[in-house]
Structure formats: C-alpha cells, structure tokens
Design a protein. Structure first.
Length: 406
C-alpha cells in the first residue's frame, strides 16, 4: 500500500505541471518577436504521460515550422499519450506549413491545453476534439494574449498595433529650448531602443524629425534582427531628399506624402531608393496625413506592428486619432525647464478628457527609467509582470554597450 501511495505522488499533478508549462510556453513565444510577422508568436511545451516536460519549441520565423512541430520533434516518442501546452489554438489549415492539429493527432497526443483562441483561423480545437483528444482552453489566457498583443490586435482591428516611443527629461522635455536633443538619454537606453525596433515591423517618424535629425531608423547592434520598414510621413514632400540617411540600403524605406503636395516632383527623385506613397490629407482641418489610410496601407502590406518615434506633433496626431496601443517612455534624470514637451496637441482640452493609462512595467536602463503603459482596455492591461511588456528588451540593458539611437 505504501508503494502504491508513493507511486501516486511521484509525478507532478496535472494542473501545476500544465500551468508551469504554459508559463514556459509564453516565455518561449516571446523569442519569435520581430521574426514571425505577419504570423503570431507561439510557444509550445510537450509533457509526457507522467506530466514531465519532454519537448519545447516556438515559432521562429514566418514560413518556418510552427511551435508545435518543434516541440513534437524534440519530444519524439515521449509525446505519445502526453499533453501539448500551447499559447495559441493549434492551426487547422495548410499554408506555407501543414496543420498543427494533424501533427498533434499523428504524434499520439492525448490532451491539448491552449491559452488563446485563434481569431484568424479557428477550427483546430474542434478537429482535435473530434479525434478524441481532450482539449482545454483558457489557461493563463491573459498572459499569453499580452505576449501576442500586437498580432491579436492587428487581426481584430485590421490595422497594425501602434507603439509610441519617446525619450524625455524628468520634467517631460524632448529637446532643449534651442532644439538640441542629443543625447537626453543614456547609451544604454539608446541600445535598448534598437532591441525594441528589432521586434517591430515598421519604424515611423514625421517630417520634423526627418528634417532636424536626419535619422537612420534601422536596427543596429542586434544580431540576426529582421530590419523593419522605415516610414517617413513627409506631408509636403520636402523633408526627405536624396542623400538622406534613411535612403541607404540598410533597410527598406517608405515615404508617405500628400496627394496634392507641392513637392511631388522632388519626391519622384526618391524613387529607386524609397517607395513613395501618396495619401489623402487628414480631415477636419488637421495638419498632416490621413493616419487611418496610412495604417490601412501598412496592414495590407503585412505590417502588424508600428513603432512611432516621431516628435510631439506626430505623437499628438496618433493619440488624437485613438491609434496608440502602447506607450514606452525612456525618462532620463535630467532637467531642462524649457523646450518642447513629449506630446503635442492631441485634442485633449480638459482633465476629464485625459487618456489615462495602466503602467505595466518599469525598468532601470542604465541611469534612465523605461516606463511601459497601455490603455485600460488593451490586451496587455489584463496581464501583469514581464508578460505584460514583452515588446521591451529581454536582454540586460545595463550590460549593453552604447550605440546611437537614430
């Protein structure tokens, strides 16, 4: 009898084992940020029939094997009779790869636990259930959704997920009274921004930043990074000129101009070094371009996340349009007392109209502080800790060498 009792408790209980596996799967999924778009990031852990992990994997790149395939390959025969713990409902369609639902069935998996349903192509759970597999949905759903917030938001809203990033002094200034801004934040913070860019499909600035800073906008110092699309909103087609750093061959570049811009002839000179996109102007007498049309175009070209790095005016336009899903601020222990504020006119006239956010993460980056905040209705707002801020760097910022941000 004592032997039977000992055997009964020798393995982990199902719920703690599956919960630990899902946390690990969420962590694994984050490794795919920046390389899987337009597909989601997904992590998977396979437990054997006794509840022990025997295989794990994550979706590493668009067009490559999915997380379940990597995990099943590592598990081998130990997967038979076991449990697959996955952050997203296993796919049930054949695209550039085969359906994961079929792979799980063929591997002899007896139970599948997934966190979040796939809004783009549901059906995998039903196929698994019809094959006699026990299917459970919802374990650590908030954490898994937070890790996949960009992709889930883009699918549901049919537009890219927008992150506004800025760097400011402790008193909220992004430049001094004379316009100088290099460098408000530390080298560690600027290196951290490159890791943030590496997890994003497109990096966007406005004509003011393009004219004043001549930014480069490509990722540097991140081995293996997929370069994001560089986007400049140059409404009057006057800020980006041949020889601009953003026109080199380090990454593709899109210059968006107004359909009726006076400088269209000059914009034609950019063709061959950048794609020129003509867009309608913003409505209602507002300056700039129609941001909804811009985001619609970017979504159509499979951009699922956008990092807005422009100045106060551009940030104000995005906030005013209700098109900011996440804010990441790098705050330096510096005081200026004068100069432009981080956010320009966003159409907020009273304190009652203020956009109140939920802080999901605060991290020391060298001498600076990185603060991540989201609207209270955002997917990341329902999670906590590291899983709520997976767009930020996973490397140790303090150990990173200095590099230029722009």
């Amino acid at each position: 009898m004592a032997t039977d009792a000992a055997a009964a408790v020798s393995g982990p209980s199902a719920e703690p084992a599956e919960r630990a596996a899902m946390r690990r799967a969420v962590e694994l999924a984050s490794r795919g940020l920046g390389s899987t778009s337009p597909n989601p990031v997904v992590g998977c852990v396979v437990l054997n029939s006794e509840g022990y992990p025997v295989g794990e994997g994550w979706h590493q790149r668009a067009g490559g094997p999915h997380a379940e395939i990597h995990a099943l390959a590592e598990a081998g025969d130990d997967a038979r009779g076991g449990t697959a713990v996955v952050t997203l409902e296993p796919c049930d369609r054949t695209g550039r790869t085969g359906p994961c639902s079929l792979a799980l069935i063929e591997a002899g998996i007896a139970r599948v636990v997934y966190a979040v349903a796939d809004p783009s192509a549901p059906g995998g759970a039903g196929t698994l259930a019809r094959a006699g597999i026990d299917v459970v949905h919802g374990l650590l759903a908030d954490e898994a959704a937070a890790g996949n917030a960009a992709w889930l938001t883009s699918v549901r809203e049919q537009r890219p997920y927008v992150v506004w990033k800025y760097a400011a002094t402790l008193d909220g200034r992004v430049a001094a009274a004379d316009g100088s801004s290099r460098w408000i934040t530390s080298g560690e913070a600027r290196a951290d921004v490159h890791r943030l860019r590496a997890r994003t499909d497109a990096v966007l600035v406005g004509s003011g930043t393009a004219r004043t800073d001549d930014p480069h906008l490509a990722v540097r110092g991140v081995p293996g990074a997929v370069q994001p699309l560089r986007v400049v909103l140059d409404t009057e087609a006057s800020a980006v000129r041949p020889g601009a750093r953003v026109l080199d061959d380090a990454a593709p570049t899109l210059v968006a101009v107004a359909e009726d811009a006076a400088g269209l002839e000059g914009a034609v000179e950019l063709e061959g070094t950048a794609e020129v996109l003509r867009l309608p102007r913003a409505g209602g007498g507002r300056p700039g371009l129609d941001l909804a049309a811009l985001l619609e175009h970017l979504y159509a070209r499979e951009v699922r996340s956008v990092l807005v790095e422009g100045g106060p005016a551009l940030a104000g336009a995005f906030v005013g349009a209700g098109a900011v899903d996440e804010v990441i601020g790098y705050v330096a222990p510096v005081l200026l007392g004068a100069g432009p504020a981080a956010l320009g006119d966003a159409g907020i006239a009273t304190i009652a109209q203020a956009l109140r956010l939920k802080v999901t993460e605060t991290v020391r980056v060298g001498p600076d502080l990185r603060i991540t905040a989201v609207p209270p209705t955002a997917l990341r707002a329902r999670a906590s800790g590291a899983s709520a801020a997976v767009t930020a760097s996973t490397a140790s910022p303090a150990s990173t060498a200095s590099t230029e941000e722009s």
